[in-house]
Design a protein around this ligand. Structure first.
Ligand code: MN
Length: 301
């Protein structure tokens, strides 16, 4: 099944999608809410089956998307989790040496939304990624149980300022984590070893990778994260980006598409940029000056 968070009458509403039809799941949420995020509430209540969800009233179309999840306890991200990206970034270490980093939950943004670049004098890159939402609390999971804690999959753009500042700073600007459009349950996604992730900027293909080339696969990464910190219902875990990162600028359109998971689209604006107050430009991991060509990427794997 597919679920989404949409704006209806100025409120965020969770829906189940039946083709073009969006069924309002508000009646399935507890009346006394403990969070303002209806997706977290829905996940805590348990995702409904089709018979229950599709009997609920439809919302009018077109849908205006909200961030798929807006107030998770955390957004956990994998650094350098594809070999071809490790090569293009000239990194000695990958996820198996680096572990994970956190992005601010306030950086989450919606499908169809706008990424706002903060500074006029820094480079910002797109990173298309496969992400997942945690469906129930858990820690110290083994790989088999880790899979059981995944509510579903979605697309994510890990926007990144290049330079020497801490990763959590460079990736936590508001709007720097577009997510969606849908949460797709594992039964509908099927075999992850048979999936392609592609990212376009202004229609030009930049990233084209098999999910099977992840260094730490989904189960291994979730298992590892849960050994450090409890994974809470609604948490976002994003699995890293393949080769093909590159600079984006105001006016650009970014599209990430993953087989059977969906297509996430955002635009980029440079309105209201200011000079950067930190001095990390020119240090830190060195991104490629030009886009890594596809043929070379295949040789890196
Ligand atoms: Mn990333």
């Amino acid at each position: 099944m597919r679920f989404a968070s949409v704006i209806h009458d100025d409120q965020t509403v969770v829906v189940a999608l039946d083709g073009d039809q969006a069924h309002d799941l508000s009646d399935l949420l507890p009346t006394a809410r403990t969070t303002l995020d209806p997706m977290v509430e829905l996940l805590r209540a348990g995702l409904p089956d089709e018979a229950t969800a599709f009997a609920l009233p439809e919302l009018p179309r077109p849908l205006s998307y909200a961030p798929l999840v807006s107030q998770p306890s955390k957004v956990v991200a994998a650094p350098v989790n594809y070999r071809d990206h490790q090569v293009e970034m000239q990194q000695l270490g990958n996820v198996s040496a680096l572990g994970f980093f956190l992005k601010s939950p306030s950086s989450l943004a919606s499908h169809g939304g706008v990424v706002r670049l903060p500074y006029s004098d820094r480079r910002f890159d797109q990173e298309g990624e496969l992400a997942l939402l945690i469906g129930k609390d858990g820690r110290d999971l083994d790989p088999e149980r880790a899979i059981d804690h995944i509510a579903g999959y979605t697309c994510l753009i890990d926007m990144t300022m290049r330079g020497g500042e801490d990763r959590s700073t460079r990736k936590s600007f508001d709007t720097f984590t577009p997510i969606g459009p849908h949460l797709v349950t594992p039964d509908e996604v099927g075999d992850l070893s048979d999936m392609t992730l592609r990212t376009w900027v202004n229609g030009n293909l930049r990233q084209d990778a098999d999910i099977s080339t992840l260094i730490w696969g989904v189960a291994q990464f979730v298992t590892y994260v849960s050994s450090v910190t409890e994974l809470k219902t609604g948490d976002v875990v994003t699995t890293g980006t393949p080769a093909g990162v590159g600079a984006v600028a105001g006016g650009d359109a970014i599209t990430v598409s993953i087989d059977r998971v969906g297509t996430l689209e955002v635009s980029v604006t440079e309105e209201a940029t200011v000079p950067c107050p930190t001095g990390g430009a020119g240090s830190g991991p060195k991104p490629p000056d030009t886009l890594t060509p596809v043929r070379k990427r295949e040789a890196m794997r």
